[in-house]
Design a protein around this ligand. Structure first.
Ligand code: FES
Length: 224
């Protein structure tokens, strides 16, 4: 008898979920509308502005349920399916509600061997959630991420698609979480690797000897 393979199939996502935002909420402010017009003019065709438009919408609504994706599509006058395809391709576009701070802890190769999972598990304990979950106060979502391109300062994490926190230690994580809970700007957060030792601002593990890594020229000498 043939095996019943339907039992192994993943359930399809709900294609008509209850809207999270009302029609009254699904409008741009004048400034946002103006910004969308700027994006449209920047590209030869409006579909070039899809990513920018989605980013603006995510900033405004916090995430991208279907009705928000449709708002972007209608504003840009491109098919909904095209915008939906872009939104669902990139994990940086949130298709479900997230916390105010989304912590992407890298556990890829370099970060993993440098303690990425220790950092992830420390955050699970401190925030009392499992990876993939959001704290009850809606402040933090904890996620596991693939390489974020900062292997030279592993282990590291990213905060809500933006700032990087390098050379993680449990103490540094505690400072980060406690600071964010109090609404404070947290030290040693940078969007790029520090280029000057004087600017490190605590952004380096004290047990790692300084190297010339951060002073490497942007182009290899052998490349003409
Ligand atoms: S492995 Fe973590 S940033 Fe590359």
């Amino acid at each position: 008898m043939a095996a019943d393979i339907t039992k192994e199939l993943s359930p399809l996502p709900d294609r008509t979920p209850e809207p999270a935002f009302s029609a009254d909420e699904l409008v741009w402010t004048a400034a946002e509308q103006e910004q969308m017009e700027v994006y449209k003019k920047r590209y030869p065709t409006n579909d070039g502005a899809i990513m920018r438009g989605l980013w603006l919408a995510q900033d405004k609504y916090g995430w991208l349920p279907p009705e928000v994706i449709r708002l972007v599509a209608e504003t840009l006058e491109v098919p909904y399916a095209q915008v939906y395809g872009v939104a669902t391709f990139y994990t940086q576009y949130f298709k479900e509600r997230k916390g105010k701070y989304v912590l992407d802890v890298c556990t890829c190769f370099s970060c993993q061997v440098c303690g990425g999972y220790d950092m992830l598990h420390h955050l699970e304990e401190k925030l009392e959630i499992h990876v993939g979950e959001t704290t009850e106060d809606g402040l933090f979502t904890l996620q596991e991420a693939e390489c974020l391109g900062a292997c030279g300062s592993a282990p590291m994490l990213q905060i809500t698609n933006g700032s990087y926190l390098h050379n993680l230690t449990t103490k540094k994580l505690d400072t980060l979480i406690d600071g964010l809970r109090e609404g404070k700007r947290v030290p040693f957060v940078s969007v790029t690797l520090p280029q000057d030792a004087d600017d490190l601002d605590g952004n380096r593990r004290s047990d790692v000897k300084a190297t010339d890594t951060y002073h490497a020229p942007p182009v290899a000498k052998t490349v003409k």
